[in-house]
Design a protein around this ligand. Structure first.
Ligand SMILES: Cc1ncc(COP(=O)(O)O)c(C=O)c1O
Length: 439
């Protein structure tokens, strides 16, 4: 038997992955897990080991892996009509646009479809610039917008930026990151100074006429940084006074993830003029959406096209996913299961108060910030502990995510169809894993 045949399929995949793909594309686990199949919240690797998935392909598998309520209409659509480009109207694209106009808050009702969150944000910024005639954009430190040149400039994380920022006119405001308040203040006596600072940022670093403010209701890649409830009202009021529109990036927070509402921003009492979505909208099929008010959308009069944007397959998957979400009241399940998850995580924090510095998030978007010694007042980020915890959880069959500027925040975001027994199973594994790393 040849040497290659003797190796397991899993190690063959890992070896080829290391040889033929960029090293930047995988950084989870000492030995990456080669996954072969999925069903609901369960994934199986090529060694036959099963995992409970509490990261959902980065908050993307909204209603579970390979759900036939999505795969069947998707297969039917592939057999009927796979691609025509956005030059032709199709039934799936208009059905989806109509559905999104109904589900999104306020006057948002006209969509442009692309194939990723990066493109959705890029499109939103271009639209804000066209509409306002201004160029400058306020983004947030610790925010993440994707991997194009503009998206990397909007993104405020050195580890995710390979080249220096090359788009002029992007200014980064302080993040509403209470656990590490950039102003050293405490909520609520801080009076949300991080939001107030946007006014000086505009006055001192821009022309005074801005195109917009792009922000996530909860910062995803940033480590589920959750703002104080008043933050967005204060920030957006300032932005509008200086001529800007509010671009709300719901790529991670959208579609029930934060619990009880379809969109994260609905918790914060502000209606955006432009909203971007991707990830969870189509349960894993590639789709980006930029939705705007009619007045703003109609200001974009030049030609623009996305060949794959809103293709019939992705739109069919999105329509099927959103139908399940509405029928099954997924935002309500997120709230209920999120509360159970949160209670369990806080219990773990009580048992491991030294390294588990902060538990934060909403609904089924819960983050754990690991530090060196919270009790002793040393909040130095502890990515080493996250690395050890990852190995322990993997060993016990649980997949989780990580984030944060220093990679020291665990991100927990299972498919939103999760039930009580799966929450309890994940909590048990997390508890055992914290015990094992001795934090
Ligand atoms: C908030 C946010 N916006 C935009 C993006 C970019 O999306 P994509 O990776 O689909 O280009 C991401 C990806 O993680 C994201 O989290």
């Amino acid at each position: 038997m040849s040497e290659t045949k003797a190796k397991s399929k899993a190690s063959e995949i890992r070896e080829k992955h290391a040889r033929y793909l960029w090293p930047s594309v995988a950084d989870y686990y000492q030995e990456p897990t080669a996954l072969q199949s999925g069903n609901g919240l369960r994934l199986k690797d090529y060694d036959g080991k099963e995992y409970l998935d509490f990261f959902g392909g980065i908050l993307t598998v909204s209603i579970g892996h390979c759900d036939p309520r999505v795969t069947e209409p998707l297969k039917a659509q592939i057999d009927r009509l796979g691609h025509v480009s956005t030059l032709f109207p199709t039934l799936p694209i208009v059905e989806l646009a109509e559905r999104l106009a109904r589900l999104t808050p306020g006057k948002l009702s006209k969509s442009f479809f692309t194939a990723s969150g990066t493109e959705a944000d890029e499109t939103a910024v271009a639209l804000a610039q066209v509409y306002t005639g201004a160029q400058e954009i306020i983004a947030l430190r610790h925010g993440y917008s994707g991997r194009s040149m503009l998206a990397q400039s909007l993104t405020a994380h050195a580890p995710w930026r390979a080249l220096s920022t090359q788009i002029a006119g992007v200014k980064h405001a302080l993040a509403p990151y209470c656990y590490r308040c950039p102003l050293g203040l405490k909520y609520p006596s801080c009076e949300i100074k991080c939001a107030q600072d946007i006014e000086e940022l505009i006055q001192t670093t821009t022309t005074g006429h801005i195109a917009g403010f792009l922000a996530e209701p909860i910062q995803g890649v940033g480590g589920f940084v959750t703002p104080p409830p008043e933050y967005f009202q204060k920030a957006v009021e300032i932005v509008r006074r200086y001529g800007g529109v509010f671009i709300c990036d719901e790529v991670q927070t959208g579609f029930g993830r934060t619990g009880s509402k379809f969109f994260g921003i609905e918790h914060w009492g502000v209606q955006p003029e432009i909203m971007t979505m991707a990830k969870g909208v189509a349960n894993g099929m590639p789709l980006g959406v930029t939705i705007a008010t009619p007045e703003i959308a109609d200001s974009f009069k030049k030609l623009t096209i996305s060949t794959f944007g809103g293709n019939p397959m992705s739109c069919a998957a999105a329509n099927a996913t959103l139908q399940v979400m509405e029928e099954e009241k997924i935002p309500q399940n997120s709230e209920k299961m999120g509360a159970r998850l949160r209670a369990g995580l806080e219990e773990i924090q009580r048992k491991h108060p030294k390294i588990l510095g902060d538990v934060r998030g909403m609904g089924l978007m819960q983050g754990l910030e690991l530090v060196v010694d919270e009790i002793g007042g040393d909040r130095t980020p502890n990515p080493q502990a996250v690395g050890r915890l990852f190995e322990e959880t993997k060993k016990r069959g649980l997949l989780i995510g990580k984030g944060g500027l220093h990679g020291n925040v665990i991100r927990i975001s299972p498919p939103m169809t999760v039930g009580e027994s799966e929450i309890d199973e994940a909590l048990k594994i997390l508890e055992e894993s914290f015990e094992a790393i001795g934090g």
